[in-house]
Design a protein around this ligand. Structure first.
Ligand SMILES: [Zn+2]
Length: 249
């Protein structure tokens, strides 16, 4: 592993993660991303720069606002850490290339979508649709062909058909998220969907066994599972596919 490259990419990764937290907090509320400055959600005190450092400030403040003592959601350090790890992983996996940049953008979008879906049970069109368009254009320019468009449409169709049969399970947001996964991953999107479905239906089945039909009301957001499947396919999709095809001889 290239330790120097990882160390160099960690700082911008943390900075991007910090910005993603702003997106997660403000975009669903239709508040502007650029202003005002970040403030405590409880007392409204504006954050000084030293209270707004990724990970560090959360640790120093022990997860509490300096002014009013209100708890800072654990989502902040988690989003910062996960984003930094993913940005570093994109650099290590794809080198300092345009592919790495597109992959990092894809990962950042998945982090935002997962956090918003967990908090609000929605996947905003204003994120997933423009992101899909950007990724589709980028992939088609970098690797000319129709694979990206076809995979996007096939993945969305794959999730849309069960939606017609069992509408309680997933939402149209998940179908649009599948578009994004297909545009980025091409044929590897099959792996992302398979992993996402396995990971996402297991807890749903457990809930159903425990609570019967009442489990429907405890609906688990599906977006984060698709996102984890998408990230896994991005980094090790080829390896999984080779292993699987090898099994079949
Ligand atoms: Zn406060």
């Amino acid at each position: 592993m290239n330790v120097a490259l990882a160390a160099v990419l960690a700082a911008p990764g943390l900075a991007v993660g910090s910005f993603l937290n702003v997106v997660v907090a403000r975009l669903p509320l239709r508040r502007p991303l650029s202003k005002p400055r970040s403030a405590c959600m409880s007392c409204g005190t504006e954050l000084r720069w030293y209270d707004n450092l990724p990970l560090v400030s959360y640790a120093i403040l022990r997860g509490r606002c300096r002014a009013c003592g209100a708890g800072i959601p654990l989502r902040y350090p988690i989003v910062e850490a996960v984003t930094a790890v993913l940005v570093v992983a994109c650099g290590l996996r794809f080198g300092l290339t345009a592919d790495a940049l597109v992959a990092a953008f894809f990962c950042a979008v998945l982090v935002v979508i997962s956090a918003i879906d967990l908090e609000r049970r929605i996947i905003p069109n204003r994120i997933v649709l423009p992101a899909t368009a950007i990724v589709l254009v980028a992939q088609t320019l970098l690797h000319p062909g129709v694979e990206w468009l076809l995979a996007a449409l096939a993945a969305a169709l794959f999730l849309f058909l069960p939606l017609l049969v069992y509408p309680a399970g997933m939402g149209m947001g998940d179908v649009k998220l599948a578009l994004l996964l297909g545009a980025m991953l091409g044929r590897d999107v099959a792996i992302a969907l398979m992993l996402g479905l396995i990971a996402g239906t297991a807890p749903a089945i457990v809930l159903f066994i425990r609570h019967g039909s009442a489990a429907r009301k405890k609906a688990i957001p599906f977006g984060p599972f698709l996102a984890v499947g998408g990230v896994t396919a991005l980094f090790v999709g080829e390896a999984i596919l080779d292993w699987y095809l090898g099994l079949r001889g």
